[in-house]
Design a protein around this ligand. Sequence first.
Ligand SMILES: Nc1ncnc2c1ncn2[C@@H]1O[C@H](COP(=O)(O)OP(=O)(O)OP(=O)(O)O)[C@@H](O)[C@H]1O
Ligand SMILES: [Mg+2]
Length: 326
Amino acid sequence: MTALEPLTISSNASSGSSDGSHPAPRAIDFSDVRKHYGNKTVVDGLSFHVEPGECFGLLGPNGAGKTTTLKMLLGITSPDAGAIRLVGEPIPARARFARRRVGVVPQFDNLDPDFTVRENLLVFGRYFGMKHAQIAALVPSLLEFAKLEAKADARVGELSGGMKRRLTLARALVNDPDVLVLDEPTTGLDPQARHMIWERLRSLLSRGKTILLTTHFMEEAERLCDRLCVIEEGRKIVEGRPHELVESVIGCDVIEIYGPDPLALRDELAPLVGRMEVSGETLFCYVDDPQAVHQRVKGRAGVRYLHRPANLEDVFLRLTGREMVD
Ligand SMILES: Nc1ncnc2c1ncn2[C@@H]1O[C@H](COP(=O)(O)OP(=O)(O)OP(=O)(O)O)[C@@H](O)[C@H]1O
Ligand SMILES: [Mg+2]
């Protein structure tokens, strides 16, 4: 599947025209971008765009090329080929200029551990040439946004993982950016901390910010993203709106069956099921008639099962033959 042309599924993926003319500049435009390290191709002809006000997700397993893509977008790493525009500016030529309008949450927090929460915000604002008084006036609203008012004078080392991530997000807003670039904003966080970040990101989207995020959490992408593309080994394998991808690639319910011998169950259930995949000890059944499968496995010793709607994880499994998180 990965060797094929990427599948694009969207009824209305773009408000722009397909001939290159566009009324307002796209927030992000990536066109046939390539990058290799040594003899390894890390980003392989990747194209995607993000409209102003959209939340776009770049999904892929470890090593897919997500961070490299963001580094090229920000002008930190140069592409070998292709064209990149950020807030209408050519990258890397005008990266410094473009980045004045961009906030970045890197994959790994680079907060200053010796500074307090407040000091981290103050120091960061100076990178944008802001005056101390100007940043100091913004700090209360940034602390409020990050729900860190009570931690303003705590050192970074005293913060939980979720608090550090929220501080990094608040720090990315110091320059009131139009575009936010977030590299795995919730990896390593517990579910509660993750929900809090999602809620903060939704609030930014409601204020008209544009977000590009990377993730390998399908649920995160389904909840937040207007559109997304899945990349593997630097290549786009599918692009579209989350629910349209699920509907067009899967289009039915899923029953996950956990048992000691998924291959034996597969043979037994084959006549009742449209399509099946085995992944580890789990048998995924894509079913139009869930009842028939329920009746066959119900009460079976050592077999547990879960009936659920299809999701993006199923899309990835279908297109690549394996699960996203390894
Ligand atoms: N500076 C570098 N030099 C050599 N190889 C690199 C460099 N940076 C990244 N790579 C390689 O490029 C590939 C893509 O890495 P990248 O960090 O972009 O992936 P990723 O999708 O962000 O993965 P993760 O989910 O683990 O963060 C990997 O095989 C990685 O080892
Ligand atoms: Mg990465």
